[in-house]
Design a protein around this ligand. Sequence first.
Ligand code: PGA
Length: 228
Amino acid sequence: MKLIIGNWKMNGNMDEKNFLFKDISNTKTKNKVIMCLPFTLLWGDSFGVTLGAQDVSNHENGAYTGDISVSMLKDAGVKYVIVGHSERRTFHNETNETVKEKATLAIKNGIIPVVCIGETMEEKNAGHTTAVIKKMLTESMPDNGEFVVAYEPRWAIGTGVTPTTSEIVSAVKTVFDALPTPMPILYGGSINANNAKEIVSIPYVDGLLVGGASLKSETFLPIIKSIN
Ligand code: PGA
């Protein structure tokens, strides 16, 4: 069984959620589909689709205006939470240390964190991909419990450019070798219906993290169907 995680980022409204979720629930798949939505959409009917969030506070509760705690996510029925997405690391200066705190708190509260890592184009061009991935993963992952790793090269996110098969093999093998016990490893970055099947067939790839193409039935359902 593969994991197909949709990440809506800062897009969508309740009508669009209901529309897509109904379509997902009517699509036969042997894989698991998880939708990570903006906080305001984490309520109402889920039509049997597993709910995820895109971020969580690294604090349990208290005076953190604007933040959302893991117990709030749990209360809303969330089962997975993305932590350390490259956009959080870039636009909110999140460090490996903060990401690890978030992942650890999520696990403590029964929510599975999806820990994101990935190199920049500069790091790739300098030949540092393996070292960067290893460091990000070992510093960001929780010490115990069940989690998911998403390998998302930063230069592949939202660009329409994907790594070669051998680049993905090498990166996910690095992740696999750095994990103390096997955890699902996803690939993310410019996934669409034309490349999903091939990428998910790469050794050590247990699923996909899909951004832009997860927003609409026309682009997301063909991805789900292509990897059945
Ligand atoms: P993308 O985003 O599929 O739009 O490239 C992936 C992600 O940021 O998770």
